[in-house]
Design a protein. Structure first.
Length: 65
């Protein structure tokens, strides 16, 4: 069974919005999600990309990698 963020396709939009410098509450508002869901998705992306911190993810997204 696929998890929430895979079912709804929010990982890409969250990734893009992180790259634009938005915080969790702004992302949640734009995507009509709870801040908790956004935080869970960010944590999953950090894990999936084998990064150590959210800050590394923000740098990763802003570099267009």
């Amino acid at each position: 069974m696929r998890c929430f963020w895979e079912q709804t396709g929010v990982l890409g939009p969250i990734y893009r919005l992180l790259g634009q410098g938005l915080d969790d509450s702004d992302i949640a508002g734009k995507l009509n999600l709870t801040e908790s869901k956004v935080q869970d998705c960010v944590a999953w992306i950090v894990h999936f990309l084998h990064l150590k911190t959210r800050q590394e993810l923000v740098l990763y997204t802003s570099c267009g990698t």
